[in-house]
Design a protein around this ligand. Structure first.
Ligand SMILES: NC(=O)c1ccc[n+]([C@@H]2O[C@H](COP(=O)([O-])OP(=O)(O)OC[C@H]3O[C@@H](n4cnc5c(N)ncnc54)[C@H](O)[C@@H]3O)[C@@H](O)[C@H]2O)c1
Length: 336
């Protein structure tokens, strides 16, 4: 099988490529990525010599190159996106361009190339925020995005569904919780906090750390996508559940692993439109046979160790980058 992975140089995409080459050694994997600030070919340097792996640099909004790349592809797994909520507050149009126009461009090319499956990777953030006692999101929860990031991902999900309904393109969609794992850009919460502490700096925790996220190991995510490709019903969406934790709980776990105390926390304002809680009911995917194999309490020490051992990967990425979160914080009291 020839599988096209868009955004394969990013966090989840690179972990997915590692997973796929290992578990499906007979398949050819084409990684199509335009190497934005979030794309790191270094994450895949160990597979560069693999004859079944090929990297093509290009933009998913460029129909000419996308059409070329799509030729002869059986399955598309679409990760490429602008993915950082804070950046979406600063530059929403870039998110609309990549996430909406880019997805539409891929869908058009996939239709022309008659691919057998177009799998779209999306987020639980499209459903908006939950209060403490609200039931978790299901596949039937109405979309209610509240940030330019989640709105642009919602737009891409709707387009994927429309290409199924209108043209019969064989699509599947997964919407998942926050991922954690190796090769995670140091701009995102867990790697940011780990690397800050490794460098002796405080960690910027929004509000009182009361916001709640679900956390999913990137390997469990890869297995879920693999399962949906094998057993998922065409045209359907599957939610991938993680474990609910407050940001304070995550922060304290990291501090404990590094034997540091609460004095290393710097409390900062919430980002504009900071969603309070996301939670997922993953029963539909579990009915296909998916089981979450990792839990964050056991895995976080390994992730911390990975960042300790792989300074070569993150140090240069971190130096010289502006503090994005400083520009998007506000100081009002949260509603919850
Ligand atoms: N990280 C999470 O916790 C999480 C949770 C839920 C859903 N998702 C979704 O999973 C997908 C992957 O997320 P991630 O965290 O790996 O993202 P990432 O930001 O780490 O990687 C995105 C990749 O896409 C590439 N890219 C960006 N614009 C492109 C363009 N125009 N053309 C080609 N390539 C382009 C980047 O170079 C990068 O390699 C995204 O669609 C995201 O919305 C992520």
């Amino acid at each position: 099988m020839r599988i096209l992975v868009t955004g394969g140089a990013g966090f989840i995409g690179s972990n997915f490529i590692h997973y796929w080459l290992k578990t499906h050694p007979g398949d050819q994997v084409i990684n199509f990525d335009n190497l934005t600030y979030a794309g790191h070919q270094e994450s895949l340097q160990d597979v560069e010599g693999n004859p079944n792996y090929k990297f093509i640099k290009g933009d998913i909004t460029d129909f000419t190159i996308v059409k070329n790349v799509m030729s002869g592809i059986d399955t598309v797994v679409h990760f490429a996106a602008e993915s950082h909520v804070d950046r979406s507050i600063i530059d929403p149009l870039q998110f609309v361009r990549t996430n909406v126009l880019g997805t539409a461009t891929l869908l058009n090319a996939a239709l022309e190339a008659k691919v057998k499956r177009f799998h779209h990777v999306s987020t639980d953030e499209v459903y908006g925020e939950l209060g403490s006692n609200d039931p978790p999101f299901t596949e039937n929860t109405p979309y209610s995005p509240r940030t330019p990031y989640s709105a642009s991902k919602a737009g891409s999900d709707h387009l994927v569904r429309a290409y199924f309904e209108t043209y019969g393109l064989p699509v599947t969609i997964t919407n998942c919780a926050n991922n954690y794992g190796p090769y995670h850009d140091p701009e995102k919460l867990i790697p940011r906090f780990i690397t800050n502490l490794l460098e002796g700096q405080k960690v910027p925790l929004m509000g009182k750390g009361e916001n709640i996220r679900e956390w999913l190991h990137v390997q469990d995510h890869a297995e879920a996508i693999d399962l949906v490709l094998q057993k998922g019903k065409i045209g359907e969406t599957y939610l991938i559940q993680g474990e609910e934790k407050t940001n304070m709980e995550i922060t304290q776990m990291i501090l404990r692993i590094l034997e540091m105390g609460g004095s290393m926390i710097e409390y900062v304002g919430h980002r504009l439109g900071h969603d309070f809680r996301y939670a997922i009911n993953g029963d539909k995917l579990k009915a296909l046979g998916w089981v979450r194999k990792h839990n964050i309490k056991d895995e976080l020490p390994k992730i911390v160790e990975w960042y300790k051992q792989n300074e070569w990967w993150w140090k240069s990425l971190k130096s010289g980058r502006p503090n994005i979160d400083r520009s998007v914080q506000q100081s009002y009291e949260p509603k919850h």
